[in-house]
Ligand binder design. Structure first.
Ligand SMILES: [Zn+2]
Length: 274
């Protein structure tokens, strides 16, 4: 999902460690609701821009979830696929526009004769799969076997997230606050019967074992081993890679230094451009 993935890339932490476990969720203890808000209390860990700013470096972000949250030395001045699905020609056209924008950046670097001196990373936060109405599992249809009251449900799609409100008969408080998450198979969603009919749309948030949920990672520049292809890896590895390129001391995270060594050359220095 967009917010957990972006923040895992930026911090090198799994969602359970950085705190942003969904795009919106409820704190089961306090009842406070997170809905993409900027209150620093939700955003744990140390994102790259904070690592850089804390170590006296300049860092700039644009449109990165979490980057507007004030943290330590960091203060910051302030989607088409979901609507149509990834197979729609309008999405292909949008991808073409993004591709041309990236082309402009690369042409600009080449014109200034610094393309081979700048480390550039192209990546995505997740893949996307087409999800059609006919693939919706209506919770009400399951009532015969399992009754799930509507007020237990925090999210329907792409995972069914529930916070069961057990009665007073439950003695164990941790059981009372148990969150249940039902993983959906690729392309499936859950919903209410009154959701109505809609056309196919794009969705993500499924198990990352599905190829459709995977994204790209392309690194270019003096620190990347040229022509090196690596097997799929988890996005918590990326924080260490960027910290190493920038010569920053990484905060503790879930990535491994082995991965960094496998894609970066040990030589090379990184200068700061004024
Ligand atoms: Zn996203």
């Amino acid at each position: 999902m967009t917010f957990p993935n972006h923040y895992s890339i930026a911090t090198g932490l799994y969602p359970a460690y950085h705190g942003i476990i969904m795009n919106s969720f409820t704190d089961p203890v306090t009842g406070d609701k997170f809905n993409k808000g900027l209150d620093p209390k939700w955003w744990l860990g140390e994102p790259l821009w904070v690592t850089a700013a804390n170590q006296g470096r300049k860092a700039v972000t644009y449109f990165w979830p979490g980057s507007e949250v004030p943290k330590d030395s960091w203060t910051c001045p302030k989607e088409l696929c979901h609507e149509y699905g990834p197979d729609d020609p309008r999405v292909t056209a949008a991808v073409g526009r993004v591709d041309r924008m990236i082309g402009r950046v690369i042409q600009g670097l080449k014109k200034r004769e610094i393309f081979d001196e700048v480390n550039v990373i192209l990546l995505g936060d997740h893949g996307m799969v087409t999800n059609c109405d006919m693939k919706t599992i209506y919770i009400d249809d399951l009532a015969e076997w399992v009754k799930i009251p509507a007020d237990w449900i925090n999210a329907y799609s792409p995972v069914l997230a529930m916070n069961p409100k057990w009665g007073k008969d439950v003695k164990n408080p941790s059981e009372k606050n148990a969150e249940l998450v039902a993983k959906m198979n690729e392309g499936l969603s859950s919903g209410k019967v009154e959701n109505g009919v809609h056309e196919c749309y794009g969705d993500h948030g499924y198990d990352n074992k599905y190829f459709s949920m995977r994204s790209i990672f392309i690194g270019h520049g003096p620190r990347f081993r040229q022509g090196k292809k690596v097997p799929s890896f988890e996005n918590v590895q990326i924080y260490n890679v960027v910290a190493e390129i920038l010569g920053l001391r990484p905060a503790s995270n879930n990535g491994s230094s082995l991965f960094t060594r496998s894609i970066l050359s040990s030589s090379g220095e990184t200068g700061e451009v004024e």
